[in-house]
Design a protein around this ligand. Sequence first.
Ligand SMILES: CC1=N[C@H](C(=O)O)[C@@H](O)CN1
Length: 277
Amino acid sequence: ACGSEESSGSSEGSEDLLTQLKEKGTVTVGFANEKPYAYQEDGELKGAAVDIATAVFKELGIHTVEGKLADFSQLIPGLNAGKFDVITAGMAINPDRCENADFGEPEMMYGEGLVVQAGNPLDLHSYKDIADNPDATVVIMQGATENEYVKSEGVSEDQIQSASDIPATFSAVSSGRASATTGTEMSLKMALETSNSDNLEFVSDFEQPDIEGIPSYGAAAFHKDSDTLREAYNEKLAELKEDGTVKELLEANGFSAENNSVPADITTEGICSGEQY
Ligand SMILES: CC1=N[C@H](C(=O)O)[C@@H](O)CN1
């Protein structure tokens, strides 16, 4: 195949992407360095989304997974620009994103979290608490679902700050530039473990908002032209859900089988169409 040096997100040319990847034996995945979903540590690609994708690709005869780091907000644009073959970032499926990428079937379920300064000086326990306090600000990773979640709970645009990644959101709260940050529960817990700012606290009694999008369902995301690859991925993924491998991989990455496994009736089509969103 021509252009075999480049990973191409499109199936233009003589062979579809699945066939190309099988021939190369390598798939290139986009990720945003967010533990425990997809991150690099000691030169190795790790995380629940990476592990699940790696297991699926292995079943497809694609044994090497290479990572390409991108800001979270650049994952879908990067996919569509052909920088990687698939996004493995535990990205939440939602109707807006479904317009720009084709998600695989859901691999994990997750909720939200909140990190504030130690002692929780503004007494923030929900997105509504932020909305109700004009002095409160929240810093959120660019492109993350939480930007919409807080707004739907009444937080105003001028209370929201943006940062390119989770470490940058933590330093904004730690330095007092923002009152709080929100992200997925697991991202915040993990980032807090490795953060060297001891003046931050995870709000353990955070109230999950009762809004569209929560809980979220994370999945791999494919280029709109990669139907064959996505269908083959979904087929193997279903087998690995069935035989307990997905559950095992979630647990190995700190998720709980009980709280983070996807209920059997939830489908990507259902979420994209808005019926299950
Ligand atoms: C795993 C993850 N999920 C959310 C999202 O999909 O936007 C954001 O919190 C960013 N990271």
